[in-house]
Design a protein around this ligand. Structure first.
Ligand code: AQP
Length: 354
């Protein structure tokens, strides 16, 4: 049972070129969800300074993500598109969540361990607290559903833990303030101010892997540009990268089980399936028994057909930064109105005088 009004929220960091993983794991899902849901999509620029503080082109990167959202088909009039730093209530709620969450919860996050490596004492406090800000991004709108790639699953579980602890710790205050709704968390009835967010992860490519190594996530920070397809890549680059993608010597199997133990084959089939809105089984029904020398050109053609219109529209939008800025500004104003209502209620629940 979820007595909260359904609302979709998600964000993308302006830290480098968007790639096919961001597109298939996140942005394409954002577009599909806007048909039947109210949606808020955010360029999370405050997250961008957690791993690297100084960026020479943060404004340009922020506009580029906003352009990608719109070029992919997100409607910024029906829905809300804005940049995180325009709504300071995200940071304010994140502070409250820093006091709700436990340090151990943050230290256990795989992304923190990966990004801090052997250097955990030297990375910023912001990198450690990243999931707390992410929980605030979502919960400041009391959003219920969050489309993300598989790599963000653990952070969303943490957002649920934070919401649950807040709801329990402040249970009496929430009731006394006349706020919150009754929900079930597992078998337990809880009077909740914040919803238990549900991750929307799925489809044939929930985690798009590197083109150079099918066991590693496709990532902006991979030093090899050949490991990823960027949304701004032209036809030649897309073609070159797919043709050079690592594969194994066998033909494609006819059944999905045959992809087990063949991470590169599984990745390319998953990408084909996601780009064509098919299942992996459909793709293998068509290409089973064929060599990569046949499959790869078909994948190039498909990727170019899907990505070229997005790429062209992004370039057109980026030629007029004032238009993008106006969209973000208006989205920020609409987002701020919702976030301020939540924060007034949170201030009342906690007992901050206002
Ligand atoms: N490889 C991927 N497959 C599927 N989904 C992915 N996402 C990212 N990589 C993949 C999803 O894209 C959304 C936005 O991601 P982000 O910009 O917030 O940051 P990220 O996950 O840190 O992106 P990168 O490319 O992996 O950056 P680095 O290299 O800095 O770590 C999210 O929904 C994410 O799940």
């Amino acid at each position: 049972m979820n007595a909260f009004k359904p609302l979709v929220f998600s964000g993308v960091q302006p830290t480098g070129n968007l790639h096919l993983g961001n597109y298939l794991g996140a942005i394409r899902k954002f577009v599909a969800l806007q048909e039947d849901n109210d949606c808020i999509y955010c360029v999370v620029d405050m997250h961008a300074i957690t791993a690297q503080l100084v960026h020479s082109d943060l404004k340009a990167q922020t506009r580029s993500i906003a352009a990608a959202f719109i070029a992919a088909g997100i409607d910024p009039v029906k829905h809300i598109v804005f940049n995180q730093s325009a709504v300071p209530q995200h940071a304010e709620l994140a502070w409250v969540f820093n006091c709700v969450a436990r340090i151990g919860w943050m230290e256990r996050m795989t992304q923190f361990k990966d990004k801090s490596g052997k250097n955990a004492e030297q990375v910023s406090l912001g990198l450690l607290a990243y999931p707390s800000l992410m929980a605030a991004d979502i919960l400041v709108y009391r959003a219920t559903h969050v489309p993300v790639g598989d790599d963000q699953k653990q952070h969303l579980e943490l957002a649920r833990d934070i919401a649950q602890k807040f709801n329990i710790d402040f249970g009496g205050h929430i009731r006394n303030a006349g706020l919150g709704v009754d929900i079930m968390v597992g078998d337990e009835p809880v009077h909740a101010y914040f919803p238990m967010v549900e991750p929307l992860i799925g489809g044939p490519a929930p985690r798009v892997m590197s083109l150079k190594d099918g066991t590693k996530k496709m990532s902006k920070s991979d030093p090899s540009d050949l490991s990823r397809i960027n949304l701004m890549d032209d036809v030649d680059a897309i073609s070159k990268k797919i043709k050079k993608a690592k594969t194994d010597p066998d033909a494609l199997p006819s059944e999905v089980e045959g992809l087990k133990g063949r991470p590169e084959a599984e990745n390319l089939v998953g990408i084909y399936a996601a780009l064509s809105d098919k299942t992996k089984a459909d793709v293998l029904a068509e290409f089973g028994g064929q060599q990569f020398s046949t499959f790869k050109p078909a994948l190039v053609e498909l990727a170019v057909n899907v990505l070229a219109p997005v790429n062209n529209e992004m370039r057109r939008l980026l030629d007029d930064p004032t238009h993008i800025d106006a969209i973000l500004k208006q989205g920020g104003e609409r987002a701020r109105a919702i976030a301020e209502k939540t924060m007034n209620e949170v201030r009342d629940i906690i007992g901050f005088l206002r």
